[in-house]
Design a protein around this ligand. Structure first.
Ligand code: NAD
Length: 321
């Protein structure tokens, strides 16, 4: 069995490799070749922690395994990351464990890859202004991945906690793009592509803020009760997702579906667009919205890419198990 510790992961995967792995697994999901098992997420009644598993099997890529982890709010005080993830891979022919991989950086890379895949397939080709809602840990990864897909000329950003906006400024500086902090109304009026990546419990972006032709990637809502955008936007938009079952239960679409504004059948798996089985965006005025809920198969795909490279470069720890 191979072990790839968290500290080794950064040198073993690029954003491009994450993108390719995530795009391929979304395509396999839409062909019925890969499927996720039901998510387990529990408050364990200790250390205020949320703990759970995301797992699945990709018959096309032959990836079987799970991501285990969760959220420990007291970790920051101990100098540790609050979100903790570890990926376990198994041989689909025998069930024997093949690898254990640190999953913290991989979570950020695969989440950024997902919105980046949505921008590639759904945003207007002439998109120039990127809007960022959220300035937490994930936001920098999101911005870096997004700018690979379109010739963005400027980033506008808003965050509920304005003191965190420096992260967006610094990331835009690193990418050589001008950054402007704006209110949500101006963000919606200017941005061609909007990424929302917050843990907000209520909509920050209202229906009146969003103009025709916008592509939205709603990435923060991954649990019942979280919400980033006005459900009325979903009623106006063509709605895409990684997995419909998660979108309607724990994703951004949970609210629009509960309010009867859209039905489960209105939501399209982005893999169908990747596979050429759905046209995706059909006009410059259409609003497209990607509900990125985060599936276990994304984690397995990027972890498998890391293990393959670690094995090839002799950088994994090999143990008898
Ligand atoms: P973080 O704790 O570093 O940042 C949290 C962000 O949410 C900040 O921008 C903060 O200002 C904002 N926020 C907090 N409370 C808010 C409120 N009441 N109203 C509006 N905004 C508020 O978190 P992070 O690691 O950047 O993750 C952001 C979100 O993305 C989380 O909800 C996380 O669960 C989710 N996430 C989703 C996926 C996925 O695959 N879809 C993957 C990883 C993380």
């Amino acid at each position: 069995m191979l072990i790839v510790p968290e500290a080794a992961v950064a040198d073993l995967i690029t954003p491009e490799a994450s993108f390719d792995a995530v795009e391929a697994v979304f395509a396999a999901m839409a062909k019925g070749e890969a499927y996720n098992f039901p998510v387990v997420r529990e408050a364990i009644g200790y250390a205020d922690a949320l703990y759970g598993f995301k797992s699945g099997f990709d018959r096309a890529g032959l990836h079987l395994g799970l991501k285990s982890g969760g959220y420990w709010p007291g970790n920051a005080a101990k100098g540790l990351t609050n979100h903790q993830s570890t990926v376990f891979l198994f041989d689909p022919d025998t069930g024997r464990p093949t690898a254990v991989v640190g999953g913290n950086l991989l979570t950020a890379l695969r989440t950024a890859a997902a919105s980046s895949v949505s921008i590639k397939h759904l945003a207007r080709p002439d998109a120039k202004i990127l809007g960022m809602i959220g300035a937490g840990h994930q936001s920098a990864f999101q911005m870096r991945a997004a700018v690979r897909q379109r010739a963005f000329e400027k980033v506008v950003g808003w965050n509920y906690h304005p003191e965190m906006l420096s992260r967006l400024q610094e990331t835009a500086d690193e990418l050589g793009l001008p950054f402007e902090a704006v209110e949500p109304a101006q963000l919606g009026a200017e941005a061609d592509v909007i990424i929302a990546i917050t843990s907000s419990p209520a909509a920050s972006l209202l229906d009146a803020h969003v103009r025709p032709g916008t592509h939205l990637a709603c990435m923060g809502t991954d649990t019942k009760g979280k919400q980033e955008v006005d459900p009325k936007i979903l009623a106006r938009a063509s709605v895409f997702t990684d997995e419909v079952a998660q979108s309607v239960t724990i994703g951004e679409a949970q609210h629009a579906v509960a309010q009867g504004l859209i039905a489960e059948g209105d939501i399209v798996e982005i893999g169908r667009v990747i596979n050429g089985d759905h046209p995706g965006r059909t006009s410059a005025e259409e609003i497209t919205l990607f509900d990125g809920t985060g599936v276990g198969l994304q984690d397995l795909a990027v972890a498998a890419a890391v293990v393959e490279r670690a094995a090839a470069e002799g950088k994994a720890i090999d143990v008898e198990f």
